[in-house]
Design a protein around this ligand. Sequence first.
Ligand SMILES: [Zn+2]
Length: 355
Amino acid sequence: MKVGITYHEKFGQYDLGTGHPFRGDRFVNAVRLFEEQGLLNLPYVKVLKPRSATKRDLLRVHDEDYLNLIFRLAVLRKPYDVETPVSQEILEAARLVAGGALEAGKGIYEGKVGRAVALGCGFHHAGRDYGGGFCLLNDIAVLVEYLREKYGLERILILDYDVHFGNGTSDIYYSDPAVLFISLHQDPRTIYPGKGFVDQIGERAGEGYNVNVPLPPGTGNRTYLQALSEMFVPLAEEFQPEIILANGGSDPHFADMLGSLGLTVKGFFRLSQTIVKVAEKVCNGKLVLMPGSGYNPKVLPLCWFALAAGVIGLEKIDVNDPQAPPVEPELCRRVVRKTLAELKGILKKYWRCFR
Ligand SMILES: [Zn+2]
């Protein structure tokens, strides 16, 4: 089965300006490394060019008033908030990025590819009627709603491994049991957006379907992957989703400028391989992986490459960290072990795997 990669040159227009950590060259640099490594020429890799998400696509998720505000701000070139600028170019790129997510999903359900990497996606801080944290349109939710409407999907798992908690995605699905949202992120007491604690488990029918795994600063590969195998793996096996959407770029890397977790390039590769393995076991390999974040331009292409390589199914990768990783503080392991025990205690009411 082929693996799709969605990408459009205009993604580079998502450039939030000089001095801002979110620059447009991230996409260009990542794709250049993909090309240098021969990733895009592999016979089973299919590059899919997205079309812009339509307003109808966006309205499945976002409020009309909010969309109208964003469209108006784009014309006026006025920022949504102090760290989230808006312009016609940025909005065009945001719609193409969301279109990339749709193209990946469509590629899978039309049988063109078995799984896909939707480059540049994962704008998880955008909610139904708000943006923020560099995000305007929640492309993950745009894909979820498209898959539900077009293909009648009933169970979707979102794994958010970005260093930040995906508050937008979490809010959108907080009372929805059809979407299991699992987020591994840096302890919200130490990073934006300050939410994503273990006791935030969803509400009403969605109670138990929002799973937050906060990790202390310094958490490295070993403890991170342990948390992944103790939470994501059993929950995915029990939930039996029809597809897995996984979002996050390079910001959990130890050299990221905004995050303080300790993953290495090889850690991202193993993370990606684990997700693929689970997808193969529970949903015939159906997976859209969305690498979009990352605020160290040196390591971003390396981590995105490692993530994509895992999805593509390379056995090993030939790229490495530009410097030696720090040693994980012993405390991290103990803190995470405690967090996992607490979380399983809370969730056992809803999930057999934790009983
Ligand atoms: Zn992030």
